[in-house]
Design a protein around this ligand. Sequence first.
Ligand code: ATP
Length: 336
Amino acid sequence: MISVTGARKTYGDFVALDGVSLDIPAGSLTALLGPSGSGKSTLLRAIAGLEGLDHGRVGIGGTDVTGIPPQKRGIGFVFQHYAAFKHMTVRDNVAFGLTIRKRPKAEIARKVDDLLEIVGLDGFQHRYPAQLSGGQRQRMALARALAVDPEVLLLDEPFGALDAKVRADLRQWLRRLHDEVHVTTVLVTHDQEEALEVADRIAVLNKGAIEQVGDPVSLYDRPANDFVMSFLGSVARLGGQLVRPHDIALHRDRERAQQLDARVGGGPGVLEASVERVVRLGFEVRVDLRADTGERFAAQLTRAEADALSLEPGDTVFAHTVAPTNPAEAEPALAI
Ligand SMILES: Nc1ncnc2c1ncn2[C@@H]1O[C@H](COP(=O)(O)OP(=O)(O)OP(=O)(O)O)[C@@H](O)[C@H]1O
């Protein structure tokens, strides 16, 4: 387990970490998620020992490592831009940590072969870093970080510099890798999709403080506040409440909308709105609406729902929520 207690870090007048306490369970893949400047990297670097804290403590595996230098903390670290040794082959890069620890040659060879297979780079061992793609280089970086059997693996936006498709592939790959090696992993990301897809726990940071910690499903379904809700997915403001666009139902008939809305309860009520645009997004359809109050919002429907309504710009509809997800209304779960 990694435990951070009362971590405070300032840069001049600026408070980068404002008394953060966080327990990261052993064997978990925990994401530190938050907007730019929220303190994610500072927290990760404090865990690594690359950044000293003004106050607070860091423990790894039951040992207080607060005053211990990074190289003695049992960590592997991968940055967004991995600084590989350009003059060394993939094999030598991965072996580096073991070579400087003077491990027996046979052990190094076996370990490096295993790791290259795990990260899908067997066959690439004699290449140089410049002969790899960005995604392959980051996988090499992970193999190198894992080579010394770290107690924890710290990843700072490891796929941040890669294009969307490669990022998506590597996310799935990282999840599979973690399921295989189970090393306690902390991943810094500002991408909520990445956190929701890969992590088993997410800590949401904002302005140097933790807003909420939990598993992806409970964070998404029961966000503690508007910040967490907005950060974990798109939201629409309906009658003063934040709701998810796919939790908005549309009807042509006001009475029908009122009946269904009464069954759900707790929502902002039924809003009359006119359709401004209907946008097909593959399986889903986004309907841009303008309420009679002037408020603009979007509803996300399935294609079947949209077809049944056959909406055109200018049509009048009646909108209500099927599951008010405003944080204050989120409990208990509502059935309709
Ligand atoms: N060495 C430094 N000197 C001064 N300010 C710093 C320093 N390092 C970080 N900061 C500031 O501390 C805040 C938190 O930085 P941090 O890198 O932890 O944020 P982040 O959440 O990781 O953001 P990003 O996703 O943009 O990297 C930022 O406002 C940053 O400008």
